[in-house]
Each structure stands twice: as C-alpha cells, then as structure tokens.
Ligand binder design. Structure first.
Ligand code: BTN
Length: 262
C-alpha cells in the first residue's frame, strides 16, 4: 500500500510504503528480517494489528493485543550518526502531535519522560523502541512506536493498570480509535520532525524536549544508567546534544546519553 504525502519537502517521502500486517512477532523484528528486500524502497512503515512478541526497552515485552493499540515501526536511512541522540526525542514529539491531532484535544496534558516515554497525567500512554543498525556507509534506523489507543483500565494487567493509560481513557471518547486513521498522522508528524533534525534545527528540538519534560524540572529522580547501576539526582533538563542533565546530591552536574528514569 502506498501513502501520498507532502511531495514538496526534501526529506518527507513523496510516497511512503506502508506494509500492513494482520499479525507478526514484532514490527521492529520484521524490518530487521526483511532489510535486504526493503532497503531499495526505504523509508517504510510496517504496522501490525497485533504482535505476538512485541518488545519494549530493556528487554521488556510490549503487550500488543488486537484492537487495543497501534504497533508500528518506521524503517529509514540516516546519512550520519550525529543525529542519533535526538531520534528518541523527535519520535516522542511525533507521538504527542499525533495524540493531539487524533483526539482533537489541543490541551491534552502530555509529556516526555526522557528519552522517549510519552506520559499523560503521569501514566504511560506510548512507548518507543529505537534500534540502529550500521549498514556502511549508511545507518539503518528503526523507530518502533506503540501507542495505547483503546485500552480500558482493566485491559492493563496487574500493576500496569496503575501506571498505564490510553487515548480513549484520557480523551473520554465513546468510540474506538482506528489504527489506519492514526498511522498517517503519525507518519506525517514523524517525517516532519525528522526533516527538522536533518536540516539542523537542533535548537527547536531541544526547546521542545525541555518543554515536554518540564514537569520533571528540579525534581529528584532515580535513573538506571545500566540495569544494575542506579543513580539519583535532580533533573536539570535536556542537554543541547539530547542527553539528560542530572545534578548529583553533591552538586555536580553530569550528562547521560543512555538509561532510563524510574
Ligand atoms: C517501551 O516503552 O519499552 C518501548 C515500547 C515499544 C513498542 C513498539 S510496538 C511497535 C514496535 N515493535 C515492537 O516490538 N516494539 C515497538
């Protein structure tokens, strides 16, 4: 299936190949497995009604049942590694723009927990799994995006129901969101932000990242740099290279480029 897009823009693809699957293990895995066949037609968007082995960050699983969420991955090339730290951020912005557009609620209170968990009222509404594969001389990037669209509270198992939410829950909508209608919005916003990244509009990206993570500013956070290394400090915002700025309890400031805020 092909999707018509804004052909005037250099980076926004005139046609985006959309691969729509009924079922797959993981849309990120699908892109990796099929890179050889797909590399000539990049960028592509792979979307699946359900995933049997949806993956989250830090080896977690991502529940991916039919009719509840959007499970999509963008596969594209980047010319250089210099943008990589910003990819999680712009993917998060695309999700936020999409949630605003799909719900029609401009003041939906959405934020980003660095680097790319999208939260609404402190609960996770979307997750992003970026995977980069070096295919010299280029980089093959996968931005896998899972958005909770139609879940009710009881659809989240166990303690997840206290930490997760969905667009339907926060927008108070009666009817279900349709994945095929949300994907084009996501693609439009994603490539718009990617273009800003590639044309060097870093300042706007960092300003936007700081605005969306303002709810954490000055607050004490705990931060997993690696699964077994926990660091605590005060959140001081997003650095101009996309890293997390953390002030230690001793008053020293450090920048981290990977890890996860608890
Ligand atoms: C996270 O928050 O841990 C990241 C979740 C990412 C889930 C999406 S769903 C589409 C794509 N395919 C996957 O297997 N994972 C990502």
């Amino acid at each position: 299936m092909q999707m018509s897009a804004n052909a005037n823009s250099k980076h926004y693809p005139g046609y985006l190949e959309i691969i729509t699957l009924e079922e797959c293990d993981s849309t990120n895995n699908y892109l990796k497995r099929n890179y050889e066949q797909l590399k000539e037609i990049l960028p592509v968007l792979v979307t699946s009604s359900l995933q049997t082995a949806g993956r989250g960050r830090e080896q977690r699983t991502w529940l991916s049942s039919r009719g509840k969420g959007l499970y999509s991955s963008f596969g594209f090339n980047l010319p250089t590694r210099q943008y990589l730290n910003m990819l999680p951020l712009i993917s998060g912005f695309s999700v936020i723009d999409t949630l605003h557009a799909a719900s029609g609620i401009a003041n939906l209170e959405l934020g980003i927990k660095w680097p790319n968990d999208v939260l609404c009222h402190d609960k996770k509404i979307a997750g992003i799994l970026i995977e980069n594969i070096i295919m010299e001389p280029r980089l093959f990037c996968i931005a896998g995006i899972g958005i909770n669209l139609n879940h009710a509270k009881d659809d989240f198992p166990g303690e997840l129901s206290a930490r997760a939410t969905s667009l339907k829950m926060v927008a108070g909508s009666d009817s279900d969101y349709v994945v095929q209608e949300v994907n084009p919005l996501l693609a439009r916003f994603f490539f718009r932000w990617l273009e800003k990244l590639e044309t060097g509009e870093k300042e706007e990206i960092i300003r936007t990242a700081n605005r969306y993570s303002h709810f954490l500013m000055g607050k004490p956070i705990s931060f997993h740099q690696t699964p077994d290394k926990l660091i605590s400090g005060i959140f001081k915002g997003i650095h101009h290279d996309g890293g997390l700025i953390l002030e230690s309890n001793e008053g020293n400031t450090a920048i981290y480029f990977s890890g996860e805020i608890l």
